[in-house]
Write a protein that binds this ligand. Sequence first.
Ligand code: NAD
Length: 262
Amino acid sequence: MGSTAYDFADEVVVVTGGSSGIGRAIARRFGDAGATVINADVQAETKDPGEGTPTHETIEDSGGTAAFVETDVSDPDDLGTVVEGAREFGGVDVMVNNAGIYIGVPFREVTREQFDRLHAVNARGVYFGTQVAANDMIERGEPGSIVNTASISSNVAQPGQVHYDSTKGAVRMITRGAALELAEYDIRVNAVAPGVIATEIMEGWSQGAIDALENEELVKQPPLGRAGVPEDVAGPALFLASDDAEYITGALLDVDGGWQVF
Ligand code: NAD
């Protein structure tokens, strides 16, 4: 598999949910590209199997610059603190609103508490992550780029996921609507839309995703014939943040092995 050598030297990138899974892969890839990376997560420890070192330490061990700020994205004040703290490094250039949680529950059984928590993290977190980052960029008079983590669930329904799918549908429209309002400030807003990615978003899903595809337990198989890994999503996220994507805003880039083509 090839990989593009992006250059984000002198840029400050905030990644929410950067301790594990997709966010960790994105954060590490930005670190490799020379960015100063701030991981904003509820916990520094990684859940990734076989990985023991927190993301910011991993980046620093490779010669990069990184920090961890304990952050709950469902609290806009926490997001404000992270973005304000990024000014110490020069101010946020790229905001990656990636943190998200998942539970599978049939539509008829979802409680108000489950609905509210999912929406607080997955939708409110992305909304205010986008808002505080954009306001800071505008206040500093700097252009910027925002990349959100949407999902195939932004477009497609699956059983037991209405409460989750509705948060990801929201991410799609936050991305499009913010892109519309922020274009005049030279701020682009895009999203990656991952398919089935092997992470610990559910305990054991790193292996479960692979098993589910092999045993044909999922509604359908991706044409590319395998579950994705977090690194599959990192490159597309960096592309959207890069100058190569300077004429792209409001887009959802599917990273799903072709899962949505049929
Ligand atoms: P993950 O659980 O491996 O990583 C999520 C990270 O977010 C963790 O480090 C966790 O600590 C952090 N987090 C959780 N709640 C938080 C909060 N309130 N504030 C700050 N950080 C918080 O899961 P992942 O699969 O890497 O998920 C990342 C994103 O990708 C999510 O938005 C998820 O919905 C999305 N996604 C995942 C898949 C998949 O199959 N894994 C598919 C499509 C989209």
